[in-house]
Design a protein. Structure first.
Length: 306
């Protein structure tokens, strides 16, 4: 997410504090990243989307995991997120490395007077309903100190959610730079704005899939460790129009080809993930599943002791 970078751009008085916070979080675990990157294999263009078999193609009711029980050999530790002396940043780093992969909302917004635009990626994002289409986006901080994207969204009630693909990952990431307030992300990155029909904000022309959105409501979250401090805001957004590149959608306009979408996912720290393969697992039918379950006495009441 880039909302912290946005705060640096719009609030110079908070710049030093935010930069210190970035150093404390240490998303980048490397000293000289370019030196580390230079020692890695180059980007593999020849790796294309493909389907594979599942690991256990003969899985049946009661088989459990497909690792031969290896995961059962390890103990777990419990973590209290509110434990004394545990910084909130520890929870942040733990969550963004454990809740993965996360889709990214590349949010395009426009100020109410139309004088400025903003483009920023947010990985606290997902779809939660289809009729109506409803999406959630999480922003850091409260409404009283809303950064560009959130402020524009609240003021206008509109935005565009663009899905990031491999062919513009570097440009999308660059929009999170701590540039001075007022610098256009569009010109800085070389991405191209394209007009929408139902909202005034532009969509990203490079995006395979974009969603015109209208704000439904917001909810602020208050810190447990620092009562009174607003640490985040949830925005609930209704999708009112979809844009899909013509070569990526099927004839019925209800399925996007992952080989063309080539979505990029957010992992922990500064890590992104490519989606290069998939497996297909049909949802089981009860009449078929119980044929395996009944002989092994696996059909039990939910209220029975586990």
């Amino acid at each position: 997410m880039s909302s912290d970078q946005e705060q640096r751009r719009e609030d110079p008085t908070a710049a030093d504090q935010m930069l210190d916070a970035e150093k404390h979080i240490q998303r980048n675990p490397h000293g000289d990243f370019k030196q580390v990157e230079a020692g890695r294999p180059p980007w593999q263009d020849q790796e294309k989307w493909t389907f594979t078999q599942t690991k256990n193609v003969d899985w049946k009711a009661g088989d459990g995991g497909n690792d031969g029980g290896e995961s059962l050999k390890h103990e777990h530790i419990d973590i209290n997120p509110y434990e004394d002396s545990r910084p909130a940043t520890f929870n942040y780093k733990l969550l963004i490395s454990g809740i993965v992969p996360r889709p990214i909302a590349f949010l395009s917004t426009r100020s109410k007077d139309g004088s400025s635009t903003n483009l920023a990626p947010f990985s606290y994002f997902n779809v939660c309903n289809h009729d109506p289409p409803v999406f959630t986006v999480g922003f850091s901080g409260g409404l009283d100190r809303a950064k560009d994207s959130l402020r524009n969204l609240v003021d206008t009630g509109e935005c565009v959610i663009n899905i990031i693909s491999e062919h513009y990952i570097e440009a999308a990431n660059a929009t999170s730079v701590n540039a001075p307030y007022g610098v256009s992300e569009w010109s800085l990155t070389g991405l191209h704005p394209a007009p929408c029909k139902d909202v005034k904000a532009d969509r990203v022309k490079e995006a395979i899939f974009s969603i015109e959105g209208k704000l439904m409501n917001t909810q602020e979250f208050e810190s447990r460790s620092t009562p009174g401090k607003k640490t985040g805001t949830l925005a609930v957004i209704e999708g009112v129009r979809f844009w899909v590149r013509e070569d990526a959608v099927n004839e019925d306009r209800n399925l996007i080809d992952p080989a063309i979408l080539q979505p990029v996912a957010r992992l922990g720290g500064i890590t992104y993930g490519r989606v290069l393969s998939g497996v297909e697992i049909p949802r089981p039918d009860w009449d078929d599943l119980k044929k395996d379950a009944e002989p092994s006495d696996l059909i039990k009441s939910k209220h029975a002791d586990q």
